[in-house]
Design a protein around this ligand. Sequence first.
Ligand code: HEC
Ligand code: HEC
Length: 252
Amino acid sequence: MGRIHNNLVQAAARVVLGAGLLVASTGCSRQHEAGQFEASGEVIALGGGDAGVQGACVLCHGLQGQGDGETVPRLAAMDRGYFLQQLENYDNGARNHAQMSWIAGRLDNQARVRLVDYYATLPLTAPVRAEGALPAPCPPPVAAILYQQGDPERGITSCATCHGARGEGVGTGNPPLAGQPAPYLLAQLRLWRTGKRYGDAMDAMTHVSRLLAEDELAPLAGYSAVLPGAMSYPELPATCPPARRPDPKSGA
Ligand code: HEC
Ligand code: HEC
Protein backbone atom coordinates (compact mmCIF):
# COMPACT_ATOMS: atom_id res chain seq x y z
CA MET A 1 0.00 0.00 0.00
CA GLY A 2 3.12 2.17 0.44
CA ARG A 3 2.63 5.80 -0.41
CA ILE A 4 -1.16 5.60 -0.62
CA HIS A 5 -1.16 4.17 2.85
CA ASN A 6 0.93 7.05 4.17
CA ASN A 7 -1.29 9.62 2.50
CA LEU A 8 -4.32 7.97 4.00
CA VAL A 9 -2.74 7.85 7.42
CA GLN A 10 -2.14 11.58 7.22
CA ALA A 11 -5.63 12.29 5.88
CA ALA A 12 -7.22 10.08 8.53
CA ALA A 13 -5.15 11.65 11.27
CA ARG A 14 -6.44 15.06 10.25
CA VAL A 15 -10.04 13.89 10.18
CA VAL A 16 -9.73 12.04 13.46
CA LEU A 17 -8.24 15.12 15.05
CA GLY A 18 -11.07 17.18 13.57
CA ALA A 19 -13.69 14.76 14.83
CA GLY A 20 -12.05 14.78 18.26
CA LEU A 21 -12.13 18.56 18.44
CA LEU A 22 -15.74 18.56 17.31
CA VAL A 23 -16.66 16.13 20.06
CA ALA A 24 -14.70 18.19 22.56
CA SER A 25 -16.43 21.41 21.58
CA THR A 26 -20.00 20.27 20.88
CA GLY A 27 -20.36 16.72 22.15
CA CYS A 28 -19.89 17.20 25.88
CA SER A 29 -23.38 18.20 26.91
CA ARG A 30 -24.91 15.42 24.84
CA GLN A 31 -22.41 12.96 26.23
CA HIS A 32 -23.53 13.82 29.73
CA GLU A 33 -27.21 13.47 28.80
CA ALA A 34 -26.74 10.10 27.11
CA GLY A 35 -24.32 8.91 29.76
CA GLN A 36 -22.02 7.58 27.06
CA PHE A 37 -20.83 8.97 23.75
CA GLU A 38 -22.12 6.83 20.91
CA ALA A 39 -19.84 7.02 17.90
CA SER A 40 -21.47 7.05 14.47
CA GLY A 41 -20.36 4.58 11.79
CA GLU A 42 -18.38 7.34 10.13
CA VAL A 43 -16.51 8.20 13.33
CA ILE A 44 -15.64 4.52 13.89
CA ALA A 45 -14.50 4.21 10.26
CA LEU A 46 -12.22 7.21 10.77
CA GLY A 47 -11.01 6.41 14.28
CA GLY A 48 -11.25 2.63 14.62
CA GLY A 49 -13.61 2.63 17.62
CA ASP A 50 -12.57 0.12 20.29
CA ALA A 51 -9.89 -1.26 17.94
CA GLY A 52 -8.02 2.03 18.28
CA VAL A 53 -6.66 4.17 15.50
CA GLN A 54 -4.71 1.29 13.90
CA GLY A 55 -8.12 -0.28 13.23
CA ALA A 56 -9.48 2.78 11.41
CA CYS A 57 -11.11 1.34 8.31
CA VAL A 58 -10.08 4.32 6.17
CA LEU A 59 -6.38 3.50 6.58
CA CYS A 60 -6.73 0.49 4.32
CA HIS A 61 -10.18 0.67 2.69
CA GLY A 62 -9.78 4.32 1.67
CA LEU A 63 -11.64 7.45 2.69
CA GLN A 64 -14.57 6.53 0.42
CA GLY A 65 -14.49 2.81 1.20
CA GLN A 66 -13.22 2.26 -2.32
CA GLY A 67 -10.47 -0.28 -1.52
CA ASP A 68 -6.94 -0.09 -2.90
CA GLY A 69 -7.46 -1.84 -6.23
CA GLU A 70 -5.14 -4.63 -5.09
CA THR A 71 -5.61 -6.68 -1.93
CA VAL A 72 -8.06 -4.52 0.03
CA PRO A 73 -11.71 -4.86 -1.04
CA ARG A 74 -14.18 -2.06 -1.47
CA LEU A 75 -16.75 -1.61 1.28
CA ALA A 76 -18.75 1.21 -0.33
CA ALA A 77 -22.29 0.32 -1.37
CA MET A 78 -21.87 -3.16 0.16
CA ASP A 79 -24.93 -5.21 1.04
CA ARG A 80 -25.60 -4.89 4.77
CA GLY A 81 -26.25 -8.56 5.48
CA TYR A 82 -23.12 -9.74 3.70
CA PHE A 83 -20.93 -7.07 5.33
CA LEU A 84 -22.15 -7.91 8.83
CA GLN A 85 -21.66 -11.63 8.23
CA GLN A 86 -18.05 -11.06 7.14
CA LEU A 87 -17.17 -9.20 10.34
CA GLU A 88 -18.70 -12.15 12.18
CA ASN A 89 -16.66 -14.56 10.02
CA TYR A 90 -13.39 -12.78 10.81
CA ASP A 91 -14.31 -12.89 14.48
CA ASN A 92 -15.30 -16.58 14.56
CA GLY A 93 -12.42 -17.85 12.39
CA ALA A 94 -14.33 -18.71 9.19
CA ARG A 95 -12.07 -16.07 7.65
CA ASN A 96 -8.55 -15.46 8.80
CA HIS A 97 -6.61 -12.30 8.18
CA ALA A 98 -4.21 -10.94 10.78
CA GLN A 99 -5.52 -7.37 10.85
CA MET A 100 -9.19 -7.97 9.98
CA SER A 101 -9.59 -10.79 12.50
CA TRP A 102 -8.06 -8.65 15.22
CA ILE A 103 -10.17 -5.62 14.33
CA ALA A 104 -13.47 -7.53 14.03
CA GLY A 105 -12.88 -9.03 17.48
CA ARG A 106 -12.78 -5.53 18.95
CA LEU A 107 -16.02 -4.26 17.43
CA ASP A 108 -19.19 -5.01 19.36
CA ASN A 109 -22.42 -5.67 17.53
CA GLN A 110 -23.59 -2.07 17.79
CA ALA A 111 -20.37 -0.74 16.28
CA ARG A 112 -20.58 -3.32 13.49
CA VAL A 113 -24.14 -2.36 12.61
CA ARG A 114 -23.21 1.32 12.50
CA LEU A 115 -20.26 0.64 10.22
CA VAL A 116 -22.42 -1.48 7.95
CA ASP A 117 -25.05 1.26 7.73
CA TYR A 118 -22.40 3.87 7.03
CA TYR A 119 -20.69 1.97 4.22
CA ALA A 120 -23.97 0.87 2.62
CA THR A 121 -24.78 4.51 1.93
CA LEU A 122 -21.39 5.45 0.43
CA PRO A 123 -21.38 5.75 -3.36
CA LEU A 124 -18.92 3.58 -5.23
CA THR A 125 -15.81 5.34 -6.48
CA ALA A 126 -12.85 3.82 -8.29
CA PRO A 127 -9.91 2.95 -6.02
CA VAL A 128 -6.75 4.98 -5.95
CA ARG A 129 -4.44 2.57 -7.70
CA ALA A 130 -0.98 1.88 -6.41
CA GLU A 131 1.57 3.97 -8.23
CA GLY A 132 2.94 2.30 -11.32
CA ALA A 133 0.21 -0.36 -11.31
CA LEU A 134 -0.53 -1.62 -14.79
CA PRO A 135 -4.09 -1.55 -16.10
CA ALA A 136 -5.95 -4.84 -15.77
CA PRO A 137 -5.29 -7.13 -18.75
CA CYS A 138 -8.27 -8.00 -20.95
CA PRO A 139 -9.98 -11.11 -19.58
CA PRO A 140 -9.94 -14.06 -22.01
CA PRO A 141 -13.33 -15.17 -23.43
CA VAL A 142 -13.17 -18.48 -21.55
CA ALA A 143 -13.70 -16.55 -18.33
CA ALA A 144 -16.84 -14.91 -19.72
CA ILE A 145 -18.28 -18.29 -20.68
CA LEU A 146 -17.51 -19.88 -17.32
CA TYR A 147 -18.87 -16.88 -15.48
CA GLN A 148 -22.06 -16.51 -17.47
CA GLN A 149 -22.86 -20.12 -18.30
CA GLY A 150 -20.81 -22.32 -16.00
CA ASP A 151 -19.72 -25.72 -17.21
CA PRO A 152 -22.51 -28.30 -16.90
CA GLU A 153 -20.16 -31.15 -17.80
CA ARG A 154 -18.04 -30.47 -14.75
CA GLY A 155 -21.06 -29.59 -12.61
CA ILE A 156 -20.03 -25.93 -12.35
CA THR A 157 -23.00 -23.63 -11.79
CA SER A 158 -22.52 -20.29 -13.52
CA CYS A 159 -21.18 -17.55 -11.30
CA ALA A 160 -23.93 -15.33 -12.73
CA THR A 161 -26.57 -17.51 -11.03
CA CYS A 162 -25.47 -16.24 -7.64
CA HIS A 163 -23.44 -13.09 -8.33
CA GLY A 164 -25.60 -11.63 -11.14
CA ALA A 165 -24.84 -11.36 -14.85
CA ARG A 166 -23.29 -7.94 -14.26
CA GLY A 167 -21.45 -9.00 -11.09
CA GLU A 168 -23.75 -6.78 -9.07
CA GLY A 169 -24.43 -9.34 -6.34
CA VAL A 170 -27.75 -10.96 -5.51
CA GLY A 171 -29.42 -10.18 -2.21
CA THR A 172 -27.86 -10.51 1.17
CA GLY A 173 -26.00 -13.79 0.75
CA ASN A 174 -24.28 -13.38 -2.60
CA PRO A 175 -21.84 -10.46 -2.68
CA PRO A 176 -21.01 -8.25 -5.66
CA LEU A 177 -17.81 -9.10 -7.49
CA ALA A 178 -17.88 -6.12 -9.85
CA GLY A 179 -15.78 -3.30 -8.52
CA GLN A 180 -13.69 -5.57 -6.29
CA PRO A 181 -9.97 -5.69 -7.07
CA ALA A 182 -9.05 -8.70 -9.22
CA PRO A 183 -6.07 -9.71 -7.00
CA TYR A 184 -8.41 -9.70 -3.98
CA LEU A 185 -10.97 -11.91 -5.75
CA LEU A 186 -8.23 -14.31 -6.87
CA ALA A 187 -6.92 -14.56 -3.31
CA GLN A 188 -10.41 -15.38 -2.03
CA LEU A 189 -10.91 -18.15 -4.61
CA ARG A 190 -7.63 -19.70 -3.48
CA LEU A 191 -8.60 -19.41 0.18
CA TRP A 192 -11.80 -21.37 -0.45
CA ARG A 193 -10.05 -24.03 -2.47
CA THR A 194 -7.64 -24.65 0.38
CA GLY A 195 -10.34 -24.53 3.06
CA LYS A 196 -8.94 -21.39 4.68
CA ARG A 197 -12.13 -19.42 4.07
CA TYR A 198 -15.42 -21.18 4.83
CA GLY A 199 -18.79 -20.58 6.42
CA ASP A 200 -20.64 -19.64 3.22
CA ALA A 201 -24.24 -20.79 2.86
CA MET A 202 -24.36 -24.44 1.73
CA ASP A 203 -20.59 -24.40 1.03
CA ALA A 204 -21.36 -22.93 -2.40
CA MET A 205 -17.97 -21.33 -2.85
CA THR A 206 -15.98 -24.21 -1.34
CA HIS A 207 -17.67 -26.49 -3.84
CA VAL A 208 -17.41 -24.33 -6.95
CA SER A 209 -13.83 -23.19 -6.29
CA ARG A 210 -12.65 -26.81 -6.09
CA LEU A 211 -14.28 -27.72 -9.41
CA LEU A 212 -12.33 -24.99 -11.18
CA ALA A 213 -8.85 -25.53 -12.57
CA GLU A 214 -6.05 -23.45 -11.04
CA ASP A 215 -5.41 -21.67 -14.35
CA GLU A 216 -9.07 -20.62 -14.57
CA LEU A 217 -8.99 -18.65 -11.32
CA ALA A 218 -7.06 -15.57 -12.44
CA PRO A 219 -9.07 -15.07 -15.67
CA LEU A 220 -12.32 -15.42 -13.67
CA ALA A 221 -11.15 -12.95 -11.04
CA GLY A 222 -10.10 -10.49 -13.76
CA TYR A 223 -13.39 -10.82 -15.61
CA SER A 224 -15.57 -10.54 -12.47
CA ALA A 225 -13.75 -7.44 -11.23
CA VAL A 226 -14.54 -5.36 -14.30
CA LEU A 227 -18.14 -6.45 -14.91
CA PRO A 228 -20.44 -3.44 -15.32
CA GLY A 229 -22.46 -4.10 -12.14
CA ALA A 230 -20.39 -1.59 -10.19
CA MET A 231 -21.54 1.97 -10.71
CA SER A 232 -18.06 3.39 -11.06
CA TYR A 233 -14.99 1.33 -11.86
CA PRO A 234 -13.75 2.08 -15.35
CA GLU A 235 -10.85 -0.34 -15.11
CA LEU A 236 -10.95 -2.18 -18.44
CA PRO A 237 -8.45 -0.80 -20.97
CA ALA A 238 -10.39 0.91 -23.77
CA THR A 239 -9.02 -1.62 -26.26
CA CYS A 240 -10.78 -4.60 -24.63
CA PRO A 241 -13.95 -5.99 -26.16
CA PRO A 242 -16.90 -5.20 -23.86
CA ALA A 243 -17.61 -7.86 -21.21
CA ARG A 244 -20.84 -9.10 -22.69
CA ARG A 245 -23.02 -12.04 -21.87
CA PRO A 246 -22.34 -14.64 -24.56
CA ASP A 247 -25.18 -15.34 -26.97
CA PRO A 248 -27.08 -18.21 -25.31
CA LYS A 249 -27.82 -19.72 -28.74
CA SER A 250 -24.11 -20.23 -29.41
CA GLY A 251 -23.23 -21.78 -26.04
CA ALA A 252 -24.16 -24.86 -24.03
C1 HEC B 1 -4.78 -2.78 8.17
C2 HEC B 1 -5.66 -2.70 7.04
C3 HEC B 1 -7.16 -2.81 7.30
C4 HEC B 1 -7.92 -2.12 8.20
C5 HEC B 1 -7.47 -1.08 9.20
C6 HEC B 1 -9.29 -2.56 7.99
N1 HEC B 1 -9.33 -3.49 7.00
FE1 HEC B 1 -10.99 -4.51 6.39
N2 HEC B 1 -9.83 -5.62 5.13
C7 HEC B 1 -8.48 -5.47 4.92
C8 HEC B 1 -7.99 -6.50 4.02
C9 HEC B 1 -6.56 -6.68 3.54
C10 HEC B 1 -9.12 -7.29 3.70
C11 HEC B 1 -9.12 -8.59 2.87
C12 HEC B 1 -8.71 -9.67 3.84
C13 HEC B 1 -8.92 -11.08 3.36
O1 HEC B 1 -8.26 -11.48 2.41
O2 HEC B 1 -9.75 -11.78 3.96
C14 HEC B 1 -10.26 -6.70 4.39
C15 HEC B 1 -11.56 -7.18 4.30
C16 HEC B 1 -12.67 -6.60 4.89
C17 HEC B 1 -14.03 -7.05 4.70
C18 HEC B 1 -14.51 -8.17 3.80
C19 HEC B 1 -15.08 -7.59 2.51
C20 HEC B 1 -15.57 -8.62 1.52
O3 HEC B 1 -15.80 -8.26 0.35
O4 HEC B 1 -15.73 -9.79 1.87
C21 HEC B 1 -14.82 -6.23 5.49
C22 HEC B 1 -16.33 -6.31 5.64
C23 HEC B 1 -13.94 -5.28 6.13
N3 HEC B 1 -12.64 -5.53 5.74
C24 HEC B 1 -14.37 -4.27 6.98
C25 HEC B 1 -13.51 -3.41 7.68
C26 HEC B 1 -13.97 -2.43 8.63
C27 HEC B 1 -15.42 -2.16 8.98
C28 HEC B 1 -12.86 -1.82 9.14
C29 HEC B 1 -12.76 -0.76 10.20
C30 HEC B 1 -13.40 -1.02 11.48
C31 HEC B 1 -11.70 -2.43 8.47
N4 HEC B 1 -12.15 -3.38 7.59
C32 HEC B 1 -10.38 -2.08 8.72
C33 HEC B 1 -7.68 -4.51 5.51
C34 HEC B 1 -8.06 -3.67 6.54
C1 HEC C 1 -24.58 -21.21 -5.54
C2 HEC C 1 -24.19 -19.81 -5.43
C3 HEC C 1 -22.80 -19.38 -5.89
C4 HEC C 1 -22.17 -19.68 -7.10
C5 HEC C 1 -22.65 -20.58 -8.22
C6 HEC C 1 -20.93 -18.92 -7.08
N1 HEC C 1 -20.82 -18.19 -5.92
FE1 HEC C 1 -19.26 -16.99 -5.39
N2 HEC C 1 -20.15 -16.61 -3.59
C7 HEC C 1 -21.35 -17.16 -3.16
C8 HEC C 1 -21.58 -16.77 -1.80
C9 HEC C 1 -22.79 -17.21 -0.96
C10 HEC C 1 -20.48 -15.97 -1.40
C11 HEC C 1 -20.26 -15.32 -0.02
C12 HEC C 1 -19.78 -16.37 0.92
C13 HEC C 1 -19.59 -15.87 2.33
O1 HEC C 1 -20.53 -15.29 2.88
O2 HEC C 1 -18.49 -16.06 2.86
C14 HEC C 1 -19.61 -15.88 -2.55
C15 HEC C 1 -18.41 -15.14 -2.58
C16 HEC C 1 -17.56 -15.09 -3.66
C17 HEC C 1 -16.33 -14.34 -3.71
C18 HEC C 1 -15.76 -13.47 -2.58
C19 HEC C 1 -16.30 -12.06 -2.66
C20 HEC C 1 -15.76 -11.17 -1.56
O3 HEC C 1 -16.13 -9.99 -1.55
O4 HEC C 1 -15.00 -11.63 -0.71
C21 HEC C 1 -15.76 -14.58 -4.91
C22 HEC C 1 -14.44 -14.06 -5.42
C23 HEC C 1 -16.66 -15.44 -5.65
N3 HEC C 1 -17.73 -15.74 -4.86
C24 HEC C 1 -16.43 -15.87 -6.96
C25 HEC C 1 -17.26 -16.75 -7.66
C26 HEC C 1 -16.98 -17.21 -8.99
C27 HEC C 1 -15.81 -16.78 -9.84
C28 HEC C 1 -18.00 -18.08 -9.31
C29 HEC C 1 -18.17 -18.91 -10.57
C30 HEC C 1 -17.09 -19.82 -10.91
C31 HEC C 1 -18.89 -18.14 -8.16
N4 HEC C 1 -18.42 -17.31 -7.20
C32 HEC C 1 -20.02 -18.93 -8.12
C33 HEC C 1 -22.21 -17.93 -3.92
C34 HEC C 1 -21.94 -18.47 -5.17
